[in-house]
Design a protein around this ligand. Structure first.
Ligand code: SF4
Length: 165
């Protein structure tokens, strides 16, 4: 324990300095309207068929370096506690109904973020036999984050566009 405290004191804060708030109007998004709960966003992540590359970047975005929580974004374990769904991957046949059910279980008003090229247009998995379609074919999408995978900076920017911080 003492060793850990010494290391924390020696290393100090490692989060990157907060850049200026992103320009929401410049985001690649179908709507990206300001949210009534601006300032705080509780997010339920749904892996609808991802290769897990996007999940690694989400982990980085919420890790100590990019620290998305300092902008009011927080991952929660249930759609019933969520304001937004963060969906990755092309939607596989097995995940289409669970995604619809998760969307219905999320209280309104809510937002859906399609994260990564697969979520936007099936990406590398387009035409695969087990793929139902992009996220927008299953549930309404509000914000899209391009990239394969998107960088942690792009993920944090998209979330800041919704929290307004
Ligand atoms: S966008 Fe790229 S990293 Fe993300 S799930 Fe698809 S293939 Fe994997």
């Amino acid at each position: 324990m003492l060793r850990l405290l010494r290391t924390m004191r020696r290393v100090g804060r490692i989060a990157v300095p907060a850049p200026p708030s992103p320009d929401v109007s410049s985001q690649d998004s179908p709507t990206a309207e300001p949210l009534p709960w601006s300032g705080s966003l509780q997010i339920r992540h749904v892996d609808a068929g991802s290769c897990n590359g996007c999940e690694i970047e989400i982990g980085a975005a919420f890790g100590p370096v990019y620290d998305a929580e300092r902008y009011g974004a927080r991952l929660v374990p249930s759609p019933r506690h969520a304001d937004a769904l963060l969906v990755t991957g092309p939607v596989t046949r097995n995940m289409a109904d669970p995604l619809r059910i998760t969307y219905e279980a999320t209280p309104a008003p809510k937002r859906v973020i399609a994260l990564g090229d697969c979520a936007r247009n099936c990406g590398a998995f387009a035409g695969a036999y087990g793929v139902e379609g992009p996220v927008s074919d299953i549930i309404p999408v509000d914000v899209e984050v391009p990239g394969c995978p998107p960088s942690p900076e792009a993920i944090v920017d998209a979330l800041r566009g919704l929290t307004g911080r």
